[in-house]
Design a protein around this ligand. Structure first.
Ligand SMILES: [Zn+2]
Length: 684
């Protein structure tokens, strides 16, 4: 572990913050907090915390001794001074005399003593920071430290590795009791430079920011060196199939298996993030991987991310990939069953009212390939993968010097179901399309881009496919929510397949198809060049078939239903003069939509069409509007609003119709008209 302290950078930050009225101590607290937070081997995504004891003035000018401690919801890597709320020390120190303090009361006490009442909640480890006398206190969940403390009998090993300079605190759940126990260990020997918390992590402290940070890096290095020098030979490897299936071929099966069934064909889906490297595969290929996974998480706060631990599945044989769906399903079922038992057993121990979280794994280890992080959003799935990488490091280290023996699941339970965490989760309401992936063709056009944005705003991740890769990327960026752009000529089946492969690689699968791309050619049908009509069929019919086929292939692997949505245009039901080259294939596409509804309804796959007309887009440009309205002797406005409602219809209106179809769970084989009312094109 490298010591990243740099005098010049530190002084520059102090000078920059001085201009904003932030004092030297708090500026340096921000500096080393970021140094620690930027190293995944120390802390991950909101884990860990730091503090410093300074003076602060309240609104009426009274000066207080305060503890500036990391606030909940802040990530150490990007902390700002306001991420370290100031709490009055006097009340915190008085709390040490109490015999007990409930979690809710502890939070209330901390909040009641904030200098700024709009601050985030101070860390759950606030009291531990307060009870230690040092000006600077640093806390991480270092993987090297976890290798030492995740042992059945870690106390003698801690003594061997760290000697008497570090205090040893037996495992207690974070909160008041842990703070008191840690302070007692310190008081018993105030010469220690830090504390090792069994099954949890490490605290170091110092009189200044550099001393506390230097000690953290030093003791992490001591642990790393011990592991390196005392490592046993690596464990035996599992036998792998001669030919492994690809991650893309198993991702949709896995994504389907971990979706939470809500009954009657409804699912809460997850996004899967595939992660691999030589180090990941080398570890996951161990013959004992299922055993390691079953033992649990390397430090308790990981349970918020990967529950009771990862799920290991067998390596997928390329020659038996058809059977693999059943293999995955049986492993997910077993994981969920065990999770339910874990909940029921531990929940029954007291009469606290708890709601069970979904029982699905958040991290799947696949020998030979790598691992999949699962989450309701891509961000959560990636966090699960990040956590997986650090779990591997800690377990590898623990197995190298002994036997990985983390906190028992019974002791983990109160933390996973900590009342304040549960309240946080309950307030985190999903959006209507959270967990779903939508692939949109013609995605950079007016309708496609509006649809991508609307779906992303409703929680979906969009895969924006367009002939123009750059514009696709631009539309995806505008849509937001980690949407991606893919350049593809969808009249080429190879490129269509590649676009779907990309969707699977990034998100794990596809749930909604918006088959929207199209182009119009003019000419009287009897005199039409045959090649032109065929060209139109390629884009306005066969490309729809090609994308629908790929979507259905993935949806069947997932087994969680899905929606196919086709932009068929008013031409499909009401031909316009000289528009046969466009209307005839669109009419075929309308029937294509119905055919899919008929053939795949039993698999929960719905298929609907949107029949839009006269939308400003690449098909109906401003120049065309000017020319057509001029030819008819009406204003552009009259031309665009020439419908029963007398209102212009926009790309946004079409996007709304697609969204309606994505959400209308009992609607299939339907056509929705978005044309402001055109009685000649009204469907029977
Ligand atoms: Zn901690």
């Amino acid at each position: 572990m490298k010591n990243l302290w740099n005098d010049d950078t530190a002084e520059k930050l102090v000078a920059d913050y001085a201009k904003k009225g932030v004092g030297r101590d708090l500026a340096l607290r921000v500096y080393t907090t970021r140094l620690l937070g930027g190293v995944p081997q120390l802390v991950l995504h909101g884990g860990g915390n730091t503090s410093c004891k300074i003076k602060a003035t309240d609104l009426v000018g009274d000066e207080w001794d305060v503890l500036c401690v990391k606030g909940s919801g802040w990530d150490m890597a990007v902390i700002e001074p306001q991420g370290l709320p100031a709490v009055k020390m006097r009340a915190l120190l008085k709390a040490r005399a109490l015999d007990k303090l409930a979690d809710e009361d502890m939070v209330a006490l901390q909040r009641a003593n904030l200098i700024d009442p709009s601050s985030p909640n101070p860390s759950v480890e606030t009291l531990l920071h307060a009870f230690l006398p040092h000006k600077f206190v640093d806390h991480t969940h270092s993987t090297a430290i976890l290798a030492i403390v995740d042992q059945e009998d870690s106390k003698p090993l801690v003594k061997t590795v760290f000697g008497s300079k570090m205090g040893y605190v037996p495992y207690i759940m974070p909160g008041f009791d842990l703070a008191k126990a840690a302070a007692d260990v310190f008081d018993a020997d105030p010469t220690v430079e830090g504390l090792i918390l069994d099954k949890h992590g490490i605290f170091t402290f110092g009189d200044d920011a550099k001393q506390a940070y230097d000690r953290m890096i030093h003791y992490v290095n001591v642990a790393e060196e011990y592991v390196a020098e005392n490592a046993k030979p690596k464990a035996a490897k599992a036998a792998l199939p001669a030919k492994l299936a690809t991650p893309a071929s198993i991702a949709p099966m896995l994504r389907g298996a971990v979706a939470v069934a809500r009954g009657e064909g409804r699912f809460d889906r997850m996004i899967s993030d595939f992660r691999t490297s030589d180090a990941i595969v080398d570890f996951i290929n161990s013959a004992a991987i299922a055993d390691y996974a079953g033992r649990g998480v390397s430090t308790p706060d990981l349970s918020i991310r990967i529950k009771t631990g990862p799920m290991a599945v067998p390596a997928p044989d390329a020659d038996k990939v058809g059977d693999y769906k059943g293999v995955i399903k049986s492993h997910v079922d077993a994981f969920a069953k065990e999770y339910r038992a874990y909940f029921e057993t531990n929940d029954a121990l007291d009469d606290v009212k708890r709601t069970m979280l979904d029982p699905m794994p958040r991290l799947t280890l696949v020998p030979g390939l790598g691992m999949f992080g699962h989450g309701r959003t891509l961000k959560d799935a990636r966090i699960a993968s990040d956590v997986g990488e650090m779990w591997i490091e800690a377990v590898r280290g623990a197995e190298a010097v002994g036997r990985f023996h983390p906190l028992s699941k019974a002791d983990l339970f109160p933390l996973e179901y900590w009342s304040l965490e549960q309240a946080k989760l309950a307030s985190n309401k999903p959006k209507p399309l959270t967990g779903q992936v939508v692939l949109i063709t013609g995605g950079a056009g007016a309708i496609g881009a509006a649809t991508a944005k609307l779906f992303a705003d409703n929680g979906a991740h969009a895969v924006v496919v367009d002939l123009d890769a750059e514009k696709a990327a631009e539309a995806a960026k505008k849509a937001g929510n980690n949407s991606i752009g893919v350049g593809a000529d969808i009249t080429d089946p190879v490129q269509v397949r590649a676009a779907f492969d990309k969707a699977v690689a990034v998100f794990g699968g596809v749930d909604i198809l918006v088959s929207n791309a199209g182009a119009a050619w003019e000419g009287r049908i009897g005199e039409l060049d045959d090649a032109l009509l065929r060209k139109s069929f390629e884009l306005n019919f066969f490309a729809h078939q090609s994308v629908a086929q790929n979507a259905v292939r993935i949806m069947l692997e997932q087994g969680t239903g899905g929606v196919l949505l086709f932009n068929t245009s008013k031409q499909a039901v009401n031909p316009g003069p000289k528009f046969g080259a466009y209307g005839v294939p669109k009419a075929a596409t309308l029937f294509l939509s119905r055919q899919y509804a008929l053939d795949y309804g039993t698999h929960g796959i719905r298929s609907n069409a949107v029949n839009a007309d006269r939308i400003r887009s690449g098909l109906l440009t401003d120049a065309m509007i000017a020319s057509r309205s001029g030819a008819r002797g009406v204003s552009e406005k009259e031309y665009m609003s020439g419908n029963l409602l007398g209102q212009e219809v926009t790309a946004q209106d079409v996007a709304q119709a697609f969204l309606h179809h994505a959400l209308a769970e009992r609607t299939t084989a339907d056509v929705t008209t978005v044309d402001g009312g055109n009685i000649a094109a009204a469907l029977r």
